[in-house]
Design a protein around this ligand. Sequence first.
Ligand code: ADP
Ligand code: ASP
Ligand code: MG
Length: 405
Amino acid sequence: MDLIVQKFGGTSLQGEQSRRHVLRHIVRERAAGRSLVVVVSAMGRRGEPYATDSLLELVRQNGNALPAREKDLLLSCGELISAATLCSLLTAEGIPSVALSGGQAGIVTDARFGAARIVRIQTEAIRQHLKEGRVAIVAGFQGSTDRGEITTLGRGGSDTSATALGAALGASIVDIYTDVDGILTADPRWVPSARQLPVVSYEEISNMANNGAKVIHPRAVEIAMKAGVPVRVRSTFSDGEGTLVTRSETIREKGVWTDRTVTGLAHVSGVTQLAVHNDNGPSELQLRVFRAMATHGISVDFINVMPTGVHYTVSGADTDDAVRLLRELDFEPTVRRGCAKVSLIGGGMNGEPGVMAGIVEALTTAGVNILQSADSNTTIWVLIAESDLAAALQTLHSAFGLHLA
Ligand code: ADP
Ligand code: ASP
Ligand code: MG
């Protein structure tokens, strides 16, 4: 029997009205004769009672004093509440279902609390439920170690639960239901003219997700890509087909591939640029700086190494630690907080002349200063002031024609 995974995000499960939409998608797929594994996130966003951020708030009052193991125990509750609530709705509608924690669903992880990795999925229990005609509702974002400790997979991890289950069960598709119509050319909260993409390759969305597009978790894409499971990102609140994520070869074969130069934009804000100057002639500055960052677990990005010193970025949260470490090494860095990294992504930009020139022209015309830039064959990154982010995204979006159908 055709088996599919449906994943519903936080906003899709918040409130009775939204859950009616969830029900509609479940009923439709069951009526089409499909076996269903339904992965759920915690209900709602920050401020809603059972949202992940609200659970975190409970311990913030105590200065966040909670060991990682217990923090995962707390965070796992949000998804459990969603699973049981959805089970109640399905039961009321006469649809046989079972609610399972990640561990009960057979998701076994390592013991890295807060950022656990799935090591295997034991599918027997789920398969038995499906065989007996139940919808298997699985709490996303969590698993269990071999010793039975509850773990969570990192923020946004319900997407990963969904594609990992899809891969393990040989699902024909993983449908990621959310609050937008699909994958758009940019985050619609920043670019109102962002347009839905009918199809993207695993590589393109992986690249967008790794560069900050929060519409799907990068690890979820990685798992789906490895297993070759197609993914669809679509809206809970409509019947639109959403965006299909599949292999670029499949897209080409179907003849719908348009070799677009730029597919979409992504961004990360809250970035700090650090510049360390080498005033005293040749030294091992670069080595000392990056070794200090690595030893203290500070991840660095946008690295420019020059004979005169280095430029690089760290997250806003790591800034104070990074600056302290540099001062301990007797360097006085130039610190620019409040930056944003904008990424232009597209398989078609490889070898295409004039893309960088187009970016510089668009940003200069909009009065946006480029602080740093870098490129690979599928991505160009620019670092700008965060206060310029909306202007930069909107001007680049129209300069590369992304608003056009
Ligand atoms: P969920 O709770 O369903 O997992 P998320 O908030 O994690 O939802 O992801 C959906 C959000 O991702 C959208 O509301 C949108 O603002 C944001 N987003 C960022 N980049 C994109 C993009 N390129 N396409 C679509 N949505 C995007
Ligand atoms: N509820 C978790 C989070 O907010 C996981 C998820 O929604 O994917 O990060
Ligand atoms: Mg999400």
